[in-house]
Write a protein that binds this ligand. Structure first.
Ligand code: ADP
Ligand code: MG
Length: 664
C-alpha cells in the first residue's frame, strides 16, 4: 500500500521521480528563460541509529526500497507496510555529499537566473535536521557546501570581463515563539515580515552581511549560530527550539546596457522539531515553546493542504514561519523539502506524521520567475564597472576600506586586455543620462518588436555597433539643435538691440529654445480700455474735451469687428464719435508706433486686436518691414478697409482714456 498518495498522483510521481532532473551539475545558465511551473521536490533522509538513541533489541521501523521509495510498518495492520514514494530517498548509509549533490546542488543554479530557491529540513527532534543542514567539521552539511559552491560560482560568473557583476550577502534569523530575531544583530528585537508590490517577502531591518569568501561566511555565521536558542529535552541533548533561517542573496548587475539587475534568494532552513508535544516530557517554558513550534508547523501543514486543494485562501499569514515561506511554498521558489526521519521504534508516530506531511508537500506547485528589473540609477553600476576596469592593484586601492572591512580575498586577476575590450563603457559613463535613457528605451522597443528572443543589445559586438550608430545619430541631432538654438538666440539679441523696451516686453517663450523656457506667473491684465458709456458721456461733458459723442437713435447699422468673421446687423441706438484732428493725429502716430515696435502682447492691448491678429501683424512686419501708416494694416490679411475707421476711433479713444486714467 502506498500511504496517503492517490493512484493518479503516484503515476505522475513515478514519471517525474525517475527523470533525473535533480542530478545535473552546477553550470552557467542561459538568461531570461522563464521556466515552467516547478513542483516542490521532496527527499526523505533516514538517519542511522546513533549512540545512545537505540534501545536494547531496537530494530528499525523504516526500510528503504530504492532511491525514491521506502516502507514503514503499518501500526493498524501488522500484516502490511505503508509505502511512500518521493523524489529521492537517502538511507542510513547515505553521505552528506549524496544528499547535497543529489537534491540541493541542482537548484542553486537558479539563483544566478535571478530566481529563488529554498531548502527546508523537516522532521521530529533528533531525526537529523541539523546534521543534514549544518553537519559537523568532519561531515559538513548542506549549508557549508551550498555556500562554498555558490561563492565559487558567483566568483566565476562575476569575474571581470563577464557581463554581470555579482555580489552575495547573508542574513541569519530565527523564529522563536513567533518572534523574528536577527541572529547577526540579536539586539534588534522582533522584526516584521513584509511583502513588496511584486509579492517578494522581505524583512526590513534585517542585517545583511556581504560575503565574498567562505571565510567571510564563517566569520559571521559561527558566532551567530551560538546566539541560537537551544535547550535540552528528553528527546535530544541539543534540541533546537526555534526555526533557523539562513538567507543568502545573490545580486546581479549587468555591466552593459540594458543594465538589468537580478536578485536570487536562497533560504536554507533548519526547522524546529515536528514531534508531538505530549511525548517530549516538556513542562513550563519548554511546553510553551513546543506549543509555539508546533502551532507554526501546524499552520505549515494547513498551508500545504490549502495549496493542494486549490483553496482561495492560503493561510500564510497565520504564522511567522509560513509568512516567511510564502515565497517557497506555492510561491516563486525552487523548493526542496528534506524530511528527516529516525529508525527507532519510539519515533514511529512522529515518523509517520513526518512522512505524511512530506507526501502532501510534494503536490505543491511553485511558479518560479526571474526577479529582474532595470537598475534604478543606471550610471552607478557604470561607475562600478569603471572601478572594475582598473587593474587588480588599482581596483584594490579603489575598494579601500570597504574591502578591508569584509576581509575578502583578491578577486581573480583579469587579462590585461579586459579594460581595452570594454572601452565603450567609458563612453557610456560620460553620456547624458537622458540620452542613455532614450537608448535604453530604444533597446527595449527593439526588444519588444523583435521575435528573436535575443535582445538587440545582449551580444557585445552587435551592442557596440548599435550603440555607436545611435550615439552618432544623437550627436548629429544635438549639433543640429545647438545650431538652431544659436540662431534663435542671435535673433533675440538683434531684436533686443533694436528696441531695448522690447527686451522688457518680449516674450521669451516665443523664440527661445525649449530648454530656456521659464514658467512665469501670469501678470494681472492692464486695466481695460473699453470705457463704459457713462464715462464717455462724462468725457463729452468736460470743458477740455477733444472728443464729442453724437447719438443717432434707431439707425440700422452693421457692427463690425476685426475679430468677428461675419459682421452682424443690428438695429439699435448708435453713437458717433467726433475726435479733434490733433487727437486724431496724435493717436494715429501712437498706433503706428505700436504697430511697428510693439510685441504681440502689446498689440493685443489695441482694441479689436486679438492673439491671432497680433501674430499676423508681427509676422507681416518681419516680412515687409515697418508700417508707414496705420492704413497699411489693410494689407495685413483679414483687416479690411471698411474696418479701418472704426478701428482708429476705438483705439484713439482707448489710448486717450488710458492717458487720462494714468499708467495702469
Ligand atoms: P535534529 O536537528 O533533527 O534535532 P540532529 O541533527 O541534532 O537532529 O541529530 C541528532 C543526533 O543524530 C546528532 O547527534 C547527530 O549527530 C546524529 N545524526 C543525525 N543524522 C545523522 C546521520 N545521518 N549520520 C550520523 N549521525 C547523525
Ligand atoms: Mg536540530
Amino acid at each position: 500500500m502506498d500511504a496517503g498518495v492517490p493512484a493518479y498522483r503516484r503515476r505522475r510521481e513515478m514519471a517525474t521521480a525517475t527523470s533525473g532532473a535533480g542530478r545535473c551539475r552546477l553550470s552557467k545558465v542561459g538568461a531570461g528563460r522563464r521556466p515552467p511551473p516547478a513542483r516542490v521536490r521532496v527527499a526523505v533522509r533516514l538517519r542511522p541509529f546513533v549512540d545512545g538513541t537505540a534501545g536494547e533489541n531496537d530494530t528499525p521501523c523504516v526500510r528503504g526500497l530504492d532511491s525514491c521509495s521506502l516502507e514503514i510498518a503499518n501500526w493498524r495492520n501488522h500484516q502490511e507496510t505503508l509505502k511512500y514514494q518521493f523524489d529521492a530517498f537517502y538511507g542510513e548509509r547515505s553521505s552528506q555529499q549524496d544528499i547535497y549533490a543529489g537534491s540541493v546542488q541542482p537548484i542553486l543554479r537558479h539563483l544566478l537566473e535571478g530566481q529563488n530557491a529554498s531548502v527546508l529540513a523537516y522532521g521530529p527532534t533528533g531525526a537529523g535536521k541539523t546534521h543534514t543542514m549544518l553537519g559537523s567539521p568532519e561531515q559538513p552539511g548542506v549549508i557549508p557546501r551550498a555556500l562554498m559552491d555558490l561563492l565559487q560560482l558567483t566568483r566565476e560568473e562575476g569575474a571581470e570581463g563577464r557581463p554581470w557583476a555579482l555580489s552575495v550577502t547573508m542574513s541569519y534569523l530565527e523564529i522563536y515563539q513567533e518572534k523574528v530575531l536577527d541572529l547577526l544583530e540579536p539586539s534588534s528585537g522582533d522584526l516584521v515580515i513584509r511583502e513588496d508590490c511584486r509579492g517578494n517577502i522581505l524583512i526590513p531591518g534585517l542585517t545583511q552581511k556581504p560575503i565574498t569568501s567562505f571565510a567571510d561566511f564563517e566569520r559571521h555565521f559561527l558566532p551567530a549560530s551560538r546566539n541560537r536558542t537551544v535547550g535540552a529535552t528528553r528527546l535530544n541533548q541539543r534540541s533546537s527550539r526555534s526555526h533557523a533561517v539562513l538567507l543568502v542573496k545573490v545580486d546581479q548587475r549587468e555591466r552593459l546596457a540594458p543594465f538589468r539587475q537580478r536578485e536570487g534568494k536562497l533560504y536554507l532552513i533548519d526547522l524546529a522539531g515536528s514531534e508531538d508535544n505530549r511525548r517530549t516530557g516538556n513542562k513550563g517554558l519548554r511546553l510553551k515553546e513546543s506549543g509555539a513550534i508546533n502551532s507554526s508547523l501546524f499552520v505549515l501543514g494547513k498551508v500545504v493542504d490549502a495549496l493542494n486543494q486549490g483553496l482561495p485562501r492560503v493561510p500564510y499569514r497565520d504564522s511567522k514561519l509560513t509568512r516567511l515561506l510564502q515565497d517557497s511554498l506555492g510561491g516563486s521558489a525552487h523548493s526542496i523539502l528534506i524530511a528527516n526521519i529516525a529508525p527507532e521504534r519510539r519515533f514511529y508516530l512522529d515518523t509517520v506524521s513526518a512522512l505524511n506531511f512530506a507526501a502532501r508537500s510534494k503536490e505543491v506547485i511553485n511558479r518560479p520567475f526571474t526577479n529582474e528589473s532595470l537598475q534604478l540609477h543606471v550610471l552607478a553600476p557604470v561607475k562600478l564597472s569603471q572601478k572594475e576596469l582598473l587593474g587588480p592593484s588599482e581596483a584594490k586601492r579603489a575598494r579601500g576600506s570597504e574591502e578591508e572591512e569584509i576581509g575578502s580575498p583578491e578577486p581573480p586577476a583579469a587579462p590585461a586586455s579586459a579594460s581595452q575590450k570594454l572601452s565603450p563603457l567609458q563612453k557610456l559613463s560620460s553620456m547624458d543620462p537622458a540620452m542613455l535613457e532614450r537608448l535604453l528605451s530604444l533597446d527595449r522597443l527593439l526588444g519588444s518588436q523583435g521575435s528573436q528572443g535575443t535582445p538587440l543589445l545582449s551580444t557585445p559586438r552587435r551592442e557596440r555597433m548599435v550603440l555607436m550608430k545611435t550615439v552618432e545619430e544623437k550627436d548629429l541631432e544635438i549639433e543640429r539643435l545647438k545650431m538652431k538654438q544659436k540662431e534663435l538666440e542671435a535673433k533675440v539679441l538683434a531684436q533686443e538691440a533694436a528696441d531695448p523696451k522690447e527686451k522688457e516686453n518680449y516674450s521669451p517663450t516665443m523664440l527661445r529654445p525649449l530648454a530656456r523656457r521659464t514658467v512665469t506667473v501670469a501678470k494681472p491684465l492692464k486695466k481695460a480700455v473699453v470705457m463704459p458709456l457713462q464715462l464717455i458721456q462724462e468725457q463729452a461733458a468736460s470743458p477740455n474735451a477733444e472728443i464729442h459723442i453724437l447719438k443717432k437713435k434707431g439707425r440700422k447699422r452693421k457692427l463690425e469687428s476685426l475679430d468677428a468673421s461675419e459682421p452682424e446687423e443690428k438695429a439699435e441706438d448708435c453713437w458717433e464719435l467726433q475726435i479733434s484732428p490733433e487727437l486724431l493725429a496724435h493717436g494715429r502716430q501712437k498706433i503706428l508706433d505700436l504697430l511697428n515696435e510693439g510685441s504681440a502682447r502689446d498689440l493685443r492691448s489695441l482694441q479689436r486686436i486679438g492673439q491671432k491678429k497680433a501674430q499676423l501683424i508681427v509676422g507681416w512686419r518681419e516680412l515687409h518691414g515697418p508700417f508707414s501708416q496705420v492704413e497699411d494694416l489693410e494689407r495685413v490679411e483679414g483687416i479690411s478697409g471698411k474696418q479701418m475707421e472704426s478701428f482708429l476711433k476705438a483705439n484713439i479713444l482707448g489710448l486717450a482714456a488710458g492717458q487720462r486714467c494714468g499708467p495702469s
